[in-house]
Design a protein around this ligand. Structure first.
Ligand code: EPU
Length: 351
């Protein structure tokens, strides 16, 4: 089992000025960084931020670059997080506690837990990006958010170089939201995440698309985590573009949550609207449905386009800039506001 906190004695790798970031953001935007540094351990990370070349520079952490819109060259230091390793940190009667380093590919990590007989993350299969990025926007899909499995996050504080452990409460997870996306932004670099995977597995297969896929594949058969995993992969492949083929950052907007009186008025005008009542009485609206209704699905603004099979996903058809994507996003926001009276909040951060 690899020791996740092991330090290596080779220094971190620095790349020359003008380092291309195209392969480090899933939109595939062709921008450059003043400096980039690949870090493979916490020791590398501390060495990089203490390096004289980093003094006074703004720092940007990139894992898979799957939740960012880079609108221009980055005049600072990009930390390419490549910390590797995953292990069962401990186990008790009720659960496995699995720790993975920040640079691990998320989907490969999910597949590894399943192959090792530790289900619980299968609903989150095929989400692009790294383990270290997962807590930042609290990735979620098909009825599960990573917050429900996350017990702690380890990070290095940029200002001091000191390691800090955050328990789940300190991460302040919300819908596509966390401490790391708000107050903690640009202050910490996540180095590893620990998950609790209960030994008593219960399927989470109620989400409409998923339930339909499982019914088609496994009707009448006892449900296993592997079947859920396979169904999630199939549903995602059918609807969501592979960033290696078509640049994108997943859902570009959050599903907005509105209060009950606003919803009651809205549904009178838009009886077909897709909505989900929340525990607190408020109502979450399917932004993809609203964008679709505004006629945006498949439409383009230069090389920036709305995906043909999921209107919540904006794509780079080739050669689009971050500014093109933001211009398209603003046009969509204007139309949705005009028709539904609802503001759409952008999900990825832009820089
Ligand atoms: N819909 C349309 N037209 C569209 C897109 C959606 O009518 O073009 C309708 C669908 O038919 C469905 C509803 O809107 O009735 C919701 O669509 P879907 O099930 O595809 O999910 P979503 O709400 O658009 C959210 C997450 C996804 C996640 C899926 C499945 C957000 C912002 N997005 O999308 O997460 O995979 O549910 O759980 O919460 C991501 O965050 O990057 C992401 C892909």
């Amino acid at each position: 089992m690899p020791d996740l906190q092991a330090s290596v004695d080779t220094p971190p790798v620095w790349f020359a000025a003008g380092y291309p970031l195209r392969a480090h953001n899933t939109f595939g935007f062709d921008v450059r960084a003043r400096f980039a540094c690949r870090v493979e351990s916490e020791a590398d990370l501390v060495a990089a931020i203490r390096d004289p070349r980093a003094r006074g520079l703004r720092t940007l952490v990139l894992g898979g670059g799957s939740n960012i819109v880079l609108t221009r060259d980055f005049d600072g230091l990009v930390l390419l997080v490549a910390l590797a390793g995953k292990r069962v940190a401990r186990e008790d009667e009720h659960a496995w506690y699995v720790e993975a380093a920040a640079g691990e590919n998320w989907h490969e990590f999910v597949a590894w837990t399943l192959a090792a007989g530790m289900p619980g993350l299968e609903n989150l299969a095929l989400i692009p990006g790294t383990v270290g990025a997962a807590p930042i926007q609290n990735i979620g899909a098909y009825g599960l958010e990573m917050a429900e499995r996350c017990v702690s996050v380890r990070a290095i504080e940029l200002a001091s170089g000191a390691p800090v452990e955050f328990d789940a409460a300190a991460c302040r997870f919300g819908y596509r939201d966390s401490f790391f996306k708000r107050e903690g932004r640009e202050r910490f670099v996540i180095t590893s995440v620990t998950f609790r995977l209960p030994k008593l597995w219960q399927p989470n297969a109620g989400y409409a698309d998923l339930a339909r896929e499982i019914e088609q594949r496994n009707a009448g058969v006892a449900l296993h985590a592997r079947a859920v995993f396979d169904a999630v992969v199939a549903v995602r492949r059918a609807k969501l573009p592979d960033p290696l083929e078509l640049g994108n950052a997943g859902s570009f907007f959050k599903n907005p949550v509105i209060d009950a009186p606003q919803f009651d008025a809205l549904i009178m005008r838009e009886p077909q609207i897709v909505s989900y009542r929340q525990a607190d009485g408020r109502v979450k609206l399917a932004a993809g449905w609203m964008i679709d209704r505004c006629g945006w699905k498949g439409r383009a603004l230069r090389a920036a386009a709305v995906h043909e099979r999921q209107a919540l996903v904006l794509v780079n058809r080739g050669g689009a800039t971050g500014a093109d994507i933001l211009e398209l996003a603003q046009a969509i926001q204007r139309d949705v506001l005009a028709r539904f009276g609802v503001e759409l909040e952008q999900e990825p951060i832009s820089l």
